[in-house]
Ligand binder design. Structure first.
Ligand SMILES: NC(=O)c1ccc[n+]([C@@H]2O[C@H](COP(=O)([O-])OP(=O)(O)OC[C@H]3O[C@@H](n4cnc5c(N)ncnc54)[C@H](OP(=O)(O)O)[C@@H]3O)[C@@H](O)[C@H]2O)c1
Length: 295
């Protein structure tokens, strides 16, 4: 982005945000371990999708670096709902497992919403169990969905003012747009925004994004946000992505950097903050379950 002279937007990388969060997590893991608790993030992979297997591998490597145990169950692509419920149940009952992650997407015979419901909310590292989404809506403590939490952290780290500003979120999905709108409208110094959510039911949604101080793309339609959808100088955050093979196609068209005042890079923007928040949730769940205070 910086190599193109027409792309004047300030880049907002997620890597340094994630590194700061990992440093905090390392201290919290050390405190747990000193008290005899090994925090544990347990994973379940169904099938052999190479991208999903790669994500699991990456999370296990990060878990090892941070001092987490990372037990893993790999089910075949033909696993039945009962097979998956058995695996989740085993982790739910295991007192040494503090956080459970079922890699998404699962094969079509498995209903993802039912899968999330089966996870003990106290071990729901993705924060997507309805009880935890309810806690978010009610402003109660609990694991917050990782990508929205990562976006709030990214804005705070880069000192982008959010309180009192107009934030327009494009997309109302359960993992990103909807929880992000709840999060950024909470009463907190790094939130406190006037949040508008637009989606496929809002024809001409660009009339909203064009007046926004901050636009968050949370759709999964490559290039859906273009320069003409942004107010000059606005902050553009790319949360939505689609993969074609190994190629990552973001919602934000690259040319948005000619108009935006600040923008997340195509690679290394929101993604690293999502992973960091996953481990922050995991250490927090371990602290809650063991009654040990944060470092
Ligand atoms: N970077 C990361 O680490 C990370 C993590 C999680 C998710 N994501 C990405 O974030 C994106 C959203 O995830 P999600 O689970 O929330 O997805 P989702 O449930 O599919 O939601 C997509 C939203 O986009 C809206 N939409 C679709 N086409 C549209 C259009 N042409 N115009 C306006 N709105 C449109 C949909 O509207 P309707 O509600 O009307 O259908 C829906 O609200 C995906 O690309 C996902 O891969 C990224």
């Amino acid at each position: 982005m910086t190599e193109n002279p027409t792309h004047t937007a300030r880049p907002l990388p997620g890597g340094p945000v994630a590194e700061a969060v990992f440093a905090e997590i390392t201290a919290r893991v050390a405190a747990l371990r000193a008290a005899g608790v090994v925090p544990s993030l347990a994973t379940i992979l169904v099938g052999d999708d190479p991208a999903s297997a790669g994500y699991i591998r990456m999370k296990q490597e990060r878990a090892a670096e941070l001092g987490f145990a990372s037990p893993h169950i790999h089910l075949s692509a033909t696993a039945t709902p009962a097979d998956l419920l058995w695996a989740i149940g085993a982790y739910n009952r295991d007192p040494d497992v503090h956080a459970i992650l079922v890699q998404h997407p699962t094969p079509p015979q498995l209903d993802y919403a039912e899968t999330i419901l089966a996870i003990d909310p106290a071990k729901d590292v993705d924060g997507l169990h309805p009880e935890n989404l309810g806690r978010l809506a009610a402003g109660l403590p609990g694991p917050v969905p990782c990508t929205p939490a990562g976006i709030e952290a990214l804005l705070a780290f880069h000192e982008i003012p959010v309180a009192g500003r107009d934030v327009v979120v494009l997309g109302r999905g359960t993992t990103l747009g909807r929880p992000l709108s709840l999060l950024l409208s909470q009463k907190r110094a790094t939130a406190d925004a006037a949040v508008t959510v637009v989606h496929s039911g809002v024809p001409g949604w660009e009339r909203h994004t064009r007046r926004a101080d901050i636009v968050v793309a949370a759709v999964g339609v490559p290039g859906i946000v273009r320069p003409e959808h942004l107010r000059p100088g606005a902050v553009a955050i790319g949360g939505g992505v689609r993969y074609e093979g190994r190629r990552l196609l973001p919602d934000l068209d690259e040319s948005c950097a000619t108009v935006a005042g600040a923008i997340t890079p195509r690679v290394g923007g929101v993604g690293p903050t999502t992973v960091a928040m996953l481990f922050r949730n995991a250490v927090e769940l371990a602290e809650r379950q063991t009654g040990l205070p944060a470092a």
